[in-house]
Design a protein around this ligand. Sequence first.
Ligand SMILES: [Zn+2]
Length: 74
Amino acid sequence: MTCKICGRKSKSEFCERHTEAYKSLLKMYDEWKKAMDISWRDYLKEIKENPYAGKWAKEVAAYLLSSEMKDSPR
Ligand SMILES: [Zn+2]
């Protein structure tokens, strides 16, 4: 398999670095939710536009946002 974001070889959907970034995004979202009422989508947008967010986290956020848009509503 290759990473859906960067195309590097990986054992799962994302490569190690993007998996790590994804995990920290999830963890951080939990923190954010405690402090404010924010949806997952809005959170991803914040990350994408945050100049202090890491490159990897931004790529994951951008990927999740675009893949969500492509998905038909279930
Ligand atoms: Zn990757």
